[in-house]
Design a binder for this molecule. Structure first.
Ligand SMILES: *Cc1c(COP(=O)(O)O)cnc(C)c1O
Length: 418
């Protein structure tokens, strides 16, 4: 039976976000995913990596492709010639196989340890497992013997982040064990960097040195490491020595600079400025009212009208990913102009002050994330205004990664081919 059939019959461990589907969408709140921008960003990254021996690009599609919808992103990148895909969860890999994705998929988050049957599922779906301990190695070796075939895996090393990966003290014993298992085929050696976005930090050099030392340990046991990969978006762009055989960009593919709140040189700034945001989130004005001086808005009545004010309501709230921390602090775009959020963002609804947006009316588009043109500006020239993930992250006090992965499943994704 095909993965897809099984998924439909509910027999599989497929991640099913059950997101609102565009065809069912009545509410005019939606995320628009620009697949052309995604391909453009892949080209920008590939160009930045060009050289004598450019690394392979393995796109990171964890967390539903950072909220953009993993199946559509995977299909687009596969057709655009990406060399492979990486996910964090086994379930995410199964979801991609069920969607008909054929290219190599590495499950970076590991196999969930010996207490779970992650390895069996990975094999069944042609997903490359990542191992980091002796239990995983002996379990995979056992599965190889049962199946009477050589099984491939990647080995993850902890080079200083102390998260997942074989700790330095365990590497020798683990490599001895791998060398003694001819039924296994080590096709990748990987690590992850803690501070790659900070080009002034020494941490990356230290981690890369440890990785190089581990490679020597492999060589002394005649183990061939296969594809070596350590670089996320920031490292791939900022540290050429981190590129090895493959790089694992995530955030940059979605058009967001990996150097958030970090100083960068001209070269990195210019690359980051070429990236185009892939997601745009928009809603619409569904109610309008005029408030008199002193009248208040929203839960807790935290916002008061200073003079007569026009308040518009949009059908989007914190349960959609419009952060409550933006209450009384952020702006949205209406008719190309910035309109402040008035009062507290509630679960499903948000009020905005459109007093200074001439002509604001029911049905007007409200942009929460991304660009909006104002064709009705005096002089007749279209002007674009924009709200970036970085803008929102600064106000919320977090990083763009968390903003972009937080648009919830209630918001249908509409795919745009420009
Ligand atoms: C998320 C992740 C990446 C991609 O990171 P970005 O900063 O989004 O480019 C790469 N490798 C691993 C192991 C990750 O978890």
């Amino acid at each position: 039976m095909s993965d897809r059939r099984r998924a439909e019959q509910g027999e599989e461990r497929v991640l099913r976000p059950r997101r609102a589907a565009p065809a069912d969408a009545v509410r005019p709140t939606r995320a628009e995913i620009n697949l052309g921008a995604l391909r453009h960003n892949l080209r920008v990254i590939t160009k930045a990596l060009s050289g004598d021996q450019p690394p392979r690009v393995w796109a990171v599609l964890k967390a539903d492709a950072y909220g953009h919808g993993a199946p559509a992103v995977a299909r687009t990148l596969e057709r655009a010639g990406v060399d492979g895909l990486c996910v964090a969860l086994l379930e995410e890999g199964i979801e991609l196989r069920a969607a008909g994705i054929d290219c190599p998929i590495t499950v970076m988050g590991g196999y969930y340890g010996p207490l779970h049957r992650g390895l069996e599922d990975a094999l069944e779906h042609q997903l490359t497992p990542v191992l980091y301990d002796s239990e995983g190695v002996s379990r995979l070796a056992q599965l190889a013997r049962e199946r009477d075939r050589k099984l491939e895996f990647h080995l993850k090393l902890d080079t200083g982040m102390a998260r997942l990966g074989a700790p330095p003290g365990n590497v020798d014993a683990l490599l001895d064990e791998i060398a003694a298992r001819p039924e296994l085929s080590l096709t990748g050696l990987m690590s992850h960097l803690a501070c790659a976005d900070d080009t002034s930090s020494e941490a990356t050099t230290i981690q890369l040195t440890r990785f190089a030392k581990a490679r020597e340990k492999l060589a002394s046991r005649r183990l061939v490491p296969g594809v070596c990969h350590v670089a996320n978006s920031a490292a791939a762009l900022a540290f050429p020595e981190s590129r090895h055989d493959a790089v694992r960009p995530g955030i940059a593919l979605y058009g967001i600079s990996p150097f958030f709140n970090q100083p960068t040189d001209e070269r990195l700034q210019s690359i980051a400025s070429e990236l185009k945001p892939v997601m745009r989130v928009r809603s619409e004005i569904v109610a309008l009212r005029t408030l008199a001086d002193g009248e208040r808005v929203g839960y807790g009545l935290t916002w008061a009208a200073a003079g007569p004010r026009t308040i518009a309501t949009i059908p989007m709230g914190y349960a959609d990913g419009l952060w409550r921390a933006l209450s009384n602090r952020a702006h949205v775009l209406v008719r190309g102009r910035r309109a402040p959020i008035a009062g507290v963002v509630s679960m499903d609804l948000t009020s905005i002050d459109v007093t200074d947006v001439p002509g604001a009316r029911l049905g007007d588009e409200v942009v929460v994330l991304g660009a909006q043109e104002s064709p009705d500006r005096p002089g007749g020239k279209a002007v674009a205004n924009a709200i970036s993930t970085e803008d929102i992250a600064r106000i919320v006090g977090t990083i763009p990664w968390e903003i972009i992965t937080n648009i919830s499943r209630r918001v249908p994704r509409f795919y745009r081919e420009p």
